[in-house]
Design a protein. Structure first.
Length: 138
């Protein structure tokens, strides 16, 4: 069994963003030479997320509204974590959206269902963060 590891780095200039990283993960898969196996993609920071869904702008706007209802940014005083900080909502948003995804690799391709894409979700941007891509297989 072969193993491959790469870090993808992001520095989002805004506080929040959803970035389609499918092409970067596909490039990692090609570079790995693995044709049958599994790909793990996970955010290596507690205020960022990796998830799978449709790349549709209306859905992305819905995510923004929904996440803000569930974990509103303000008032920052509503969160105990925000004593000396202002990102408690980002931690909660990450918890909702998830830390990682695992995708099957079949015949050298990501084995997706219809419309599935991999996204990096940033909830407390403006600094450099990384995503781990780990691929195992033959």
């Amino acid at each position: 069994m072969k193993s491959y590891r790469k870090e993808l780095w992001f520095q989002v200039p805004t506080r929040r963003a959803l970035i389609n990283i499918t092409s970067q993960v596909e490039a990692c898969l090609k570079e790995s030479g693995i044709v049958e196996g599994l790909v793990l993609v996970n955010a290596m920071h507690i205020t960022a997320s990796v998830f799978i869904n449709d790349d549709e702008p209306g859905l992305h706007q819905d995510y923004e509204k929904w996440l803000e209802k569930l974990a509103p940014r303000e008032p920052v005083s509503q969160y105990r974590h925000n004593v000396g900080e202002d990102n408690a909502d980002a931690h909660l948003k990450r918890q909702i959206m998830g830390r990682e995804v695992v995708v099957a690799v079949t015949r050298g391709k990501l084995d997706f269902g219809p419309w599935e894409q991999i996204f990096y979700g940033e909830f407390d941007g403006r600094r450099k963060k990384r995503v781990l891509v780990k691929i195992i297989g033959e």
